[in-house]
Design a binder for this molecule. Structure first.
Ligand code: PMP
Length: 402
């Protein structure tokens, strides 16, 4: 008998499974709005011109292939922290932020989960927004934390359930961990306003919660990296100690290069040094040390002023194209097709995703009849829409909801 004879078949991944169904579909009209990867006006993967230039600079510098240190490329981690926290950040100026390179955002969250499970003395409970990125739940469970939820999304308004959010954070035991999407909340596309962030910060302070920010989309929400870092910087300015996961998958289009960073703000350079030493002890048995190439590309962009300026323009270009697709889709549904229902949220939601309000049966009909693929919670990746497919998509939605 095989050693694996009793291994049960698991379910397909709810997000990556959509791409599998899309690939198997032979209809030329098919559209994949499942996966969160940016597509250009022609619906093709987009390599940022700044990334191409950075890669060329890396190539011509003929770097070696030696191992990186456990916490990665030191210049990269320094520049990644600067991008997130800003030059005015007090803990950054004091040298009190402990940063490590990570296997993109997922790896950053996982390092953070493992570090908190081992070293956060007060609680093992982490509160996640409901809903959240599906992978957060198994990721934090597998890290050794106890996953709980706080209200976030209101189905009736297709917006933020701010009263529910506040009530749930106030009801959480003191010193629990709370995960916050820094901007462009996935899957809802609904973010707190700056005033709401300030209130959340006050509750987090009052309840002594530990805020863990997941910033997978810095620049993608507004087109401006500083603006999208508002929540992170506000919390730090209010004296919170934070944990932060950063990803360069979306804002540099470096998905498969797996480049990100995890950081913790600490009380002093001396404390930072102790935290650094323990981060290494968490990481070393996981994967020893991180890959080189993405760190070199990202660091070249972050540390070369002309490339940095070019990159900021390209981030804005991606955000603007998504915003223009929101406008077009809203107009097609409400003005051209007079589709039943209220579609204002398509325009007001932020970032790569829109929570359309389409039901699971409607998403099934869209896949089977119209060859339009999305996750069954009705989330669409706005970046998958373009002038070539948006009319067909709007007509298909119109038919599905009538
Ligand atoms: N957090 C959120 C909220 C995300 O949407 C994603 C990507 N879908 C990630 C983290 C991690 O992505 P990656 O590991 O590719 O950086």
């Amino acid at each position: 008998v095989s050693a694996w004879a009793a291994v049960p078949a698991g379910p397909p991944d709810p997000i990556l499974g959509v791409t599998e169904a899309f690939k198997a579909d032979k209809d030329p009209r098919k559209i994949n709005l499942g996966v969160g990867a940016y597509r250009d006006k022609q619906g093709k993967p987009y390599i940022l011109p700044s990334v191409k230039k950075a890669e060329e600079l890396v190539r011509t510098s003929l770097p070696d292939k030696e191992y990186l240190p456990i916490t990665g490329l030191a210049d990269f981690t320094k520049n990644a922290a600067l991008l997130a926290y800003g030059a005015d950040s007090e803990p950054l100026k004091q040298g009190a932020i402990s940063v490590t390179q990570s296997i993109s955002g997922t790896g950053a969250l996982r390092i953070g989960g493992a570090f908190l499970a081992r070293h956060y003395p007060h609680s093992k409970a982490i509160y996640l927004p409901v809903p959240t990125w599906g992978n957060h739940i198994p990721l934090f469970q597998d890290s050794g934390l106890e996953v709980r939820g706080y209200r976030y999304y209101d189905k009736d308004t297709v917006g933020l359930d701010f009263e529910g959010l506040k009530a749930d954070l106030k009801a959480a035991p003191e010193q629990s961990i709370v995960l916050l999407h820094a901007c462009a909340h996935n899957p809802t596309g609904v973010d707190p306003t700056p005033a709401q962030w300030a209130e959340i910060s006050d509750i987090v302070k009052e309840k002594k919660l530990l805020p863990f920010f997941d910033m997978a989309y810095q620049g993608f929400a507004s087109g401006n990296t500083a603006k999208d870092a508002f929540a992170v910087r506000h919390f730090v300015s209010q004296g919170h100690q934070i944990a932060l996961a950063q990803s360069f998958a979306k804002n540099m289009g470096l998905y498969g290069e797996r480049i990100g960073a995890f950081s913790l703000t600490t009380a002093s350079p001396e404390e930072k040094a102790r935290v650094d030493s323990q981060l290494k002890i968490v990481i070393r048995p996981m994967y020893s040390n991180p890959p080189l190439h993405g760190a070199r590309i990202a660091n070249t962009i972050l540390s070369t002023p002309e490339l940095y300026a070019q990159w900021e323009g390209e981030v804005k270009g991606m955000a603007d194209r998504i915003i223009s697709m929101r406008e077009k889709l809203y107009n097609a549904l409400t003005h051209d097709l007079k589709t039943p229902g209220e579609w204002g949220h398509i325009k007001s939601q932020i970032g790569m995703f829109s929570f359309t309000g389409l039901t699971a049966p409607q998403t099934k009909v869209l896949a089977e009849k119209a060859h339009v693929y999305m996750t069954s919670n009705g989330r669409i990746s706005m970046a998958g829409l373009n002038s070539g497919n948006i009319e067909y998509f709007a007509e298909s939605v119109d038919k599905a909801v009538r």
